[in-house]
Design a protein around this ligand. Structure first.
Ligand code: SAM
Length: 255
């Protein structure tokens, strides 16, 4: 069975959307991964197929009902009992490359997309029939109008890591945040291509030298410098890991 994602949504027509294109789309067409949607409205019990109601305690907006959403999650779990259930939400744990990598090593994921003001809290407090609790994941400190695009972001980050999706040319090993031990969470170094000169700017000479050891050392130094300057949080973690490792500290970036 390929990696299978089941998306629970009131807008199933949004899928596969962007996931039907490029790397993810080719892989989907080739059966490297599978995508299903479950329409949350199918689990409503009234003739209007209502999924939301007014918030207890008053206030603006609508809240997705626990009973309707709960039935939908149970249905998805019955089909895929061994995969994590993730609800994209702005208050969740930030999505990381590590989490994407771990998901890509599993057999799939169930993604529960919120709309309106979000989902009744009891769904998150609940333990489902297979012992699962929903994991809340944020894709950034901003608010989208629904979980579908966040689910697509999560899926895109996972699917590109599935075996056979990326070619050697798009290797993940020296990408920003790569969990590959040799890259260790650094940002990526800068890239250049033709023409050799553009608007008075040239390609760094070392990249044209053909000396692979020099190129590799230059790229590493650039990656370290960028990480130190642009993402002090990542740099601090990188230095701490290096200090704790037998190899010792990383080179200081040049400023
Ligand atoms: N009232 C919520 C709050 O203040 O946290 C925001 C609800 S938002 C309008 C509707 C849905 O969009 C959420 O239930 C969630 O599924 C999704 N969403 C919005 N921003 C998100 C983010 N940064 N990361 C992941 N999902 C997000």
């Amino acid at each position: 069975m390929p990696f299978t994602a089941t998306v629970l949504t009131i807008l199933p027509d949004m899928f596969p959307g962007p996931l039907g294109h490029s790397l993810a789309g080719t892989a989907l067409n080739n059966g490297v991964w599978g995508l299903k949607t479950l329409d949350i409205r199918e689990f409503a019990s009234d003739k209007h197929r209502s999924v939301d109601d007014t918030p207890a305690g008053g206030g603006p907006g609508m809240v997705m009902r626990a009973d309707v959403v709960g039935r939908c999650v149970e249905d998805a779990i019955a089909r895929q009992p061994d995969v994590p259930v993730i609800a994209p939400t702005p208050r969740g744990k930030p999505l990381t490359q590590q989490r994407a990598k771990a998901l890509s090593e599993g057999s799939g994921v169930i993604l529960l997309c919120g709309r309106f003001e979000g989902i009744d809290e009891r769904v998150f407090d609940h333990t489902f029939s297979n012992g699962t609790q929903i994991e809340q994941v944020s894709i950034g400190d901003y608010v989208l109008s629904g979980g579908e695009m966040a689910a697509m972001v999560i899926l895109d980050s996972v699917v590109r890591l599935l075996p056979g999706v990326m070619g050697a040319a798009e290797s993940e090993s020296e990408e920003s945040f790569s969990v590959d031990a040799s890259w260790d969470g650094l940002l990526e170094y800068p890239h250049y291509t033709r023409p050799r000169e553009w608007e008075g700017r040239t390609i760094p000479e070392v990249l044209l030298s053909g000396n692979h050891a020099r190129i590799s050392a230059w790229r590493r130094a650039q990656a370290e410098e960028r990480t130190r300057l642009w993402r002090p949080d990542l740099w601090e973690a990188y230095e701490a890991r290096r200090e704790a490792s037998p190899k010792g500290k990383p080179r200081k970036g040049r400023s």
